[in-house]
Design a protein around this ligand. Structure first.
Ligand SMILES: [Zn+2]
Length: 190
């Protein structure tokens, strides 16, 4: 399996490409910006985009999704709870001092328990509302959509329930594992 993560845009959102060399299928997670670069990486691996998955509706994660959809025909998946963030796209852009990207409602809601991903590498969606885990930290709760009770509940009941060896690819910053965060993340001490 091809797994490539690289930061895009001024807020350095981690964009992830997952691809299957056998079938040539790929998914892209959080194409916030730099769509040309994402397309070049897909082409370099000989991959055809099947799904665009967006973890949440903040501009740095969703900003390039519609552009990528138009170029590839791949559908966009985003939890319907984040439609309110799409409605705030102009305000989000103003806070950052950037142009408002064009967005559109998703083709499908990225709902808890649904199966997404590649034919041979299927994945199950774990809904973790409130922004969640970073290596050594947790998501900001001061931004619209952030919620400190929800975030701790999501982390404790959904993420820490996973086996220690589970890889964590946060939306920003370095990768980690559930075990490493369980042991050393200062926000998870009770
Ligand atoms: Zn972000």
């Amino acid at each position: 399996m091809i797994l490539e993560t690289f930061p895009v845009g001024p807020l350095q959102c981690n964009c992830t490409i997952l691809g299957d060399e056998q079938t040539g299928e790929a998914i892209v997670i959080d194409p916030g910006e730099e769509i040309g670069r994402i397309q070049k990486r897909l082409a370099a691996h000989g991959l055809k985009l099947k799904q665009i998955l967006v973890t949440h509706g903040h501009i740095d994660h969703i900003g390039g999704a519609l552009k990528l959809k138009r170029l590839t025909g791949a559908p966009i998946y985003l939890n319907e709870g984040d439609l309110e963030q799409l409605a705030l796209m102009h305000e989000q852009a103003n806070w950052l001092g950037v142009e408002t990207p064009e967005t559109a409602p998703p083709d499908e809601s990225l709902a808890d328990g649904m199966t997404v991903g590649l034919s041979n590498y299927q994945a199950r969606v774990l809904h973790t509302p409130g922004h969640t885990l970073f290596a050594g930290s947790i998501g900001r709760t001061d931004l619209p959509g952030g919620n400190s009770e929800q975030i701790m509940d999501s982390i404790h009941t959904r993420l820490l329930a996973l086996p220690d060896e589970t890889k964590v690819l946060p939306g920003h910053g370095p990768a980690s594992t559930i075990g490493a965060e369980r042991r050393s993340n200062p926000f998870l001490r009770e």
